[in-house]
Design a protein around this ligand. Structure first.
Ligand SMILES: [Zn+2]
Length: 281
C-alpha cells in the first residue's frame, strides 16, 4: 500500500513534467548498420541504411500532455506541458486548414525504412502519459478533421482518477488511433536495470496488447531521455521505432530516435506553424 501511495505521489509530480531540460547529450560516430544486407533479387523490401533514413525529409511529430485550462497552482514551467482546450482546438484547426494529413507510426516507419510514399504534408500528433483529457477533449477534436493520433500510455496510471481507463484506451484503438508504450511508471530509460526490461517494457506491452488486441510496436522515452548504448534492445523487445523529443537523432539507430516537438500551451496557432517548419527539415 505504501508503495502505491508513493507511486501516486510520483505520478502527480510527473503528470506535468514529462519533459526535462537536462537532456542527455548523445553523439555516436560509428555508422555501421545493415551490415548483413543480402543482395538477393527476390528480397521483398530493402531496408534503408541509417544514412538513408537520416537523409529523408523529417516528418513533423507533435507531442501533447495535459489538455486543460491552467490553474493558479500550475508552475510557469508546467504551461509547456499543459495546453488550454481553446488553444488546442485552434492549433488542430490550423493544421487542418493548412492541409496537413495525420499519418500513423506504421506509415512513418515504411517511409523511413523502405521509402514508401506519404500523403502531402504528413504529420503525427502524439499524446503522452495517459491523461483523461486526451480522451475527452483531444480525441473528439481530432475526429472533426478525420485526424488520427498516437497515445503513449504509462500503464501504471490506467484506471486512476484523471487518467484513461482500459475501456477508453480500447475505444481509441478501435477508432483507428495507435496505442503505444511509455513504460510502466515513467522510469528514465537511461537508468533501466536488467529487471526493468521486464517491468518497464515487456509487461506494459503485454498489458496494452491485451487491452487493444493489437500489437504494440512503438515507444516514447519518458522525459525524452535515451542513451545510444541500449537503443538496439528496444528492437530485440519487439519495437519497430521509438520517439524522443527535439534533440538530435542517433546516427546509428535513427528509427529509435524519431524527433518530436512539444506544442506549448502558450503558443498561438501561428507560433506552432512556424515551429513545425523550423524544427523539421
Ligand atoms: Zn511522459
Amino acid at each position: 500500500m505504501k508503495l502505491f501511495l508513493n507511486l501516486a505521489a510520483g505520478l502527480m509530480l510527473l503528470a506535468s513534467a514529462c519533459t526535462n531540460s537536462g537532456q542527455s547529450k548523445t553523439s555516436s560516430t560509428s555508422v555501421n548498420s545493415d551490415k548483413d544486407t543480402v543482395e538477393a533479387n527476390d528480397a521483398p523490401k530493402k531496408e534503408a541504411t541509417a544514412a538513408e533514413i537520416l537523409s529523408r525529409k523529417e516528418v513533423p511529430v507533435l507531442c501533447y500532455h495535459q489538455i486543460r485550462d491552467w490553474k493558479a497552482s500550475d508552475s510557469k514551467r508546467a504551461h509547456d506541458d499543459i495546453i488550454p482546450p481553446a488553444n488546442f482546438k485552434q492549433h488542430i484547426k490550423m493544421l487542418a486548414d493548412s492541409g496537413y494529413h495525420t499519418i500513423l507510426p506504421d506509415q512513418l516507419y515504411d517511409y523511413l525504412n523502405y521509402g514508401t510514399k506519404l500523403p502531402e504534408k504528413p504529420i503525427i500528433i502524439s499524446f503522452d502519459d495517459t491523461d483523461l483529457d486526451q480522451f475527452t477533449v483531444a480525441a473528439p477534436e481530432l475526429k472533426k478533421y478525420g485526424f488520427k493520433g498516437v497515445f503513449f500510455i504509462m500503464t501504471v496510471s490506467i484506471g486512476r482518477p484523471r487518467y484513461m481507463s482500459k475501456a477508453q484506451i480500447k475505444t481509441l484503438s478501435n477508432e483507428g488511433h495507435v496505442i503505444a508504450s511509455h513504460t510502466w511508471n515513467h522510469k528514465n530509460f537511461t537508468q533501466f536495470t536488467d529487471e526493468d526490461w521486464e517491468i518497464q517494457i515487456d509487461k506494459p506491452t503485454k498489458t496494452l496488447e491485451t487491452i487493444t488486441g493489437k500489437k504494440v510496436e512503438y515507444f516514447a522515452y519518458p522525459y525524452g531521455v535515451w542513451k545510444p548504448e541500449t537503443l538496439h534492445k528496444l528492437k530485440e523487445h519487439g519495437f519497430k521505432a521509438a520517439f524522443i523529443l527535439s534533440t538530435k537523432r542517433d546516427e546509428t539507430n535513427p528509427l529509435f530516435t524519431i524527433r518530436r516537438i512539444i506544442d506549448p500551451g502558450r503558443y498561438t496557432a501561428k507560433n506552432l506553424y512556424q515551429s513545425i517548419n523550423k524544427s523539421f527539415k
